[in-house]
Write a protein that binds this ligand. Sequence first.
Ligand code: TRP
Length: 436
Amino acid sequence: MLAASGSAVGLGNIWRFPYVAGENGGGAFVCVYLLSVLLLGLPIVVSEILLGRCGQRNPVDTMRVLAERSGHVRAWSLVGWMGLAAGLLILSFYSVVAGWLLHYLFLDLIVGMQDMTKAGALAAWEHLLSSPGRLLLWHSVFLVLSGGVVALGVQNGLERMVKVLMPLLLGMLLLMVGYALRTSGFSSAMAYLFKPDFSALGASGMLAAMGQAFFSLSIGLGVIMAYGAYLPREVPLPRAAGWIVGVDTLVALLAGIAIFPLVFSHGLEPGGGPGLIFQTLPLAFAQMPLGSAFALLFFGLLLIAAWTSSVSLLEPSVAFLVENTRLKRLPATVVLCLLPFLLGIGCLLSLNVWEATFFELSFFDFLDYLTANVMLPLGGLFIAVFAGWFLKREMLARELEGTSLWVRRTWLFLARWMAPLGVLVLFLYQLGVFGA
Ligand code: TRP
């Protein structure tokens, strides 16, 4: 469970949630996000843990074995394959973003945050983005950090830190919220985040909200499935799922509440894009007593959160290679890191010198869109459908033993109908099937 929450809480909550919410107009986005978490995310988390505990393998083999045992085609393992691919694709840009964090940590150590002004913060951000060399350096450092943990197989050590660091991160977020509470932009920020205006959202905003829910919860590619294999039978499934979903959503909402007041009191753009937290947080640290120390703590904790998440993106592929080939962990990790390394270079160049577009998106945005808004929901759909409709009845019953009847019924309804139809409807809506 520690590992699963370590995977879920990461850049998705603190970096991605505020910036995507800001790009999609706030309140209505948050509303659809919360609905997606509850109605689609929660049943899929349960499905993943259930399948993982039942299959006891990496996602590809779990899907294959369970399909065979339930008397269905082996092709279900394709869901696992897509998951492995999505994990490596996400890692490509995730590592670039985590690299930004390293840069800001370094900046804080060298010059501190005390002299940060609005113009200075914007300039520091632009300066970082315009320098491919610097981006490449930090991207590489982060990938080595993540690959290192996976290659050495010391995930457990890292995950044990989660127990201490997660409460600390929550504490830091509360502190930032406390600071935000006293800024002039607080009430406008609250109205922005929690007063939905659905006219501004549209199909792409709704899809983005669903994608954010999947990304933040780490669902749709079999990561939670891989960790589900380790969940002891005594722990009731719904409780484990509820815990992961609750913590993850809490962290995202707190991040939003901490950041948007800064955006409004400094007259910044809510839709300012991926740099949003890097343009706002330094301004808060500049005005706090001991600000540079807090910045160090905050960015450091976020870095470790990103680290545990990135490990979870890489681990399933490495496990698959090690279990199915003669490769050892180290070479398997090196081989698999090559793809995110190279694609990550594409991502970071697309932030400055590389102007090619893919479906009108930069390479960075394209990878983000493809994984969060397409691959994860699709993977989640198949996982829910498999668990709800195809898994053999006896296996299902055994996994759900000890949960109350209404919990089982609710889950079954959500996994069978709500999750697949919800994803499908949003896909079709985005494709324009329901008219303009
Ligand atoms: N959920 C992580 C975050 O919020 C990112 C992540 C880790 C992820 N593993 C995943 C996203 C698997 C989707 C699938 O930062």
